[in-house]
Structures are given as C-alpha cells and as structure tokens.
Design a protein around this ligand. Structure first.
Ligand SMILES: [Zn+2]
Length: 96
C-alpha cells in the first residue's frame, strides 16, 4: 500500500469520525420533549418533509407563546386537556 493511500485513509477516517462525534455531541445537547427553550411552554410539531423522512428522532418545533422555532429531540409530550373550559356562572351575566 502506498504512502498516499495510507495518508488518505487515516486522515479521511479522522475527518469522518470528527463529523460523527460532533453530530452525536450536538444531538445530546438538544433537550428532549416538547417544551420551549425560552418560555417552557409546550410547542407544536412543525412538519417538514426533510426532517421527518431522514431524521425522525428530531422534532422541528414552534412555540405559540414566544415564537421560538427550532429542533428538539423526540420525547415525552405534554398532555393537553381536550375538554373545553366552561365559563363560570357569574362570568356570563351582563355587567352594569
Ligand atoms: Zn416559547
């Protein structure tokens, strides 16, 4: 094996290993779940074809409270109440 092939193999391998290590490191930094990074409110999942198809463990998110958008890791979802909040009896009377 020539010296050039060894050089390309070693430094090419180190280059690929560096990309893999950085990807794993930054993936571990992303918070897991659906909470906003700024205001801790539950975020909505935004469907993007690329992220959903190629990296389904990422969760493109958008916060309705503060407008933050970004990636989170897929994780536990905050349960949302589906029962509508009924008005209290005193709130429907006309105020004079
Ligand atoms: Zn937010």
């Amino acid at each position: 094996m020539s010296d050039a092939a060894i050089f390309i193999g070693v430094f090419g391998g180190l280059f690929v290993l560096r990309i893999i290590a950085a990807t794993v490191f930054f993936f571990a930094l992303l918070p897991q779940g659906d909470r906003c990074l700024n205001c801790d409110a539950p975020t909505l999942r935004v469907q993007r074809a690329f992220w959903h198809r190629w990296v389904p463990w990422f969760r493109p998110s958008w916060c309705m409270e503060c407008g933050w958008k970004g990636l989170l890791r897929s994780g536990p979802i905050t349960p949302v109440s589906t029962t509508p909040s009924l008005p209290t009896p005193g709130s429907l009377t006309k105020k004079r």
